[in-house]
Design a protein around this ligand. Sequence first.
Ligand code: FAD
Length: 399
Amino acid sequence: MNRQKPSEKHLVLIGGGHSHAIALRQFALHPLAGVRIILISEQINTPYSGMLPGHIAGHYTAADCHIDLQLLTQAVPAQFYVDRAIALDLEEQRVICANHPPVPFDGVSIDIGSTPQLPQGTGILDYGVPVKPWQQFLQEWQQVIDQVTQHPDQPLSLGIVGGGAGGVELALTIQHRLHQILQGAHQPLNHLTMHLFHRGTQVMTGHNATIRDRFHQILMARGIHLHLQETVVQIDGDQMVCESGLRVGCDRSFWVTGAAAPSWLKESGLSTDEQGFIQVGSTLQSLSHPQVLAAGDIAAMVVSPRPKAGVFAVRQGKPLAANLRRLLQGKSLQAYQPQSRFLSLISTGDRKALLSWGSLAFDHESAGLWRWKDAIDRQFMAQFRRLPARLPRHLAMGK
Ligand SMILES: Cc1cc2nc3c(=O)[nH]c(=O)nc-3n(C[C@H](O)[C@H](O)[C@H](O)COP(=O)(O)OP(=O)(O)OC[C@H]3O[C@@H](n4cnc5c(N)ncnc54)[C@H](O)[C@@H]3O)c2cc1C
């Protein structure tokens, strides 16, 4: 471990989400003198949400859509503890980790994302697969690919629970990939049956009516069985059981339901909203503890609430880095005003996309829009490979 200088301050970043990846890049480009930076993240490679549906569809490799946090921490340089934060000791200013001794901090920033909230119903926690944490989901997804590749003649029924943008995109990309495998094996496409369950009256909640209607049509045209106003409350063997009494046979189910926060944030004494997300003001500082900042899905911006989306987590990265710098330098922090409308290029699984921007939409499946999205996403990822000279590994990695 590096020998600590007496006057050195400690900045601890918990979670390797989008905002922290951007913030670390800022610290690599503009070093933070007199501050020791420590990243605590469970994963060495963190996924970029914009490209994950394309990874499921088979358009991108894992390397294409994951940010290498080890490279980033070496470029800062920062110490990197591959570990899970499990509590905060706010009085003693320490982060409690699953596998490392407590990590002291002068300032701490939290960007740990959110996970789908699975209901407590019988069988759901045992058999339902939440789409996050991504690494676990990707392992399950690989099993499905292997199963269809090895036994393409056997029927398979998959359920997606949650009809927001994530659930719809996932359903379309999963179907695209598995159809490609079936086609390659000269098997009929009807060996795959897909069901999408959504408790609302329309899919794509949060998008304008044109986009909602268009995605409804696309799902129907692709033969995905849409179960609207249905809430799955139980998994009974291979049956998805809904509150209405509807039972649907599914071999596996993937859950993309409303976001939830871990309980340790509230239990540590941070001010949280009803769902347990950290309440932050316009400077991204916790309302209860000014030495704690938060960004991405885990932060609930009380002044300007925004949906949980990677686009906001990315945009918060630079103001977060600037305010962490000011916090550690003893300066006053600056307010951040998130954009109110954001451009969404939503893929339909087959290298085509639709555009949604506030109340505006381009609702024809367009290969040109997909290429535009592809270019934006690749450019985003490229910035994490163009970094200043790196430190030797042993100096950057935590022990
Ligand atoms: C199928 C799907 C598709 C999506 N597509 C899009 C899209 O196209 N565009 C878009 O804007 N949004 C999209 N989203 C939403 C997007 O994924 C999230 O809003 C985004 O990932 C949030 O980023 P974040 O920085 O908050 O956290 P995350 O990206 O979730 O990163 C959090 C990181 O923290 C780590 N971590 C978690 N807990 C701990 C802990 N206790 N200790 C240490 N490390 C921890 C995790 O391993 C992870 O690496 C999609 C979501 C889904 C489910």
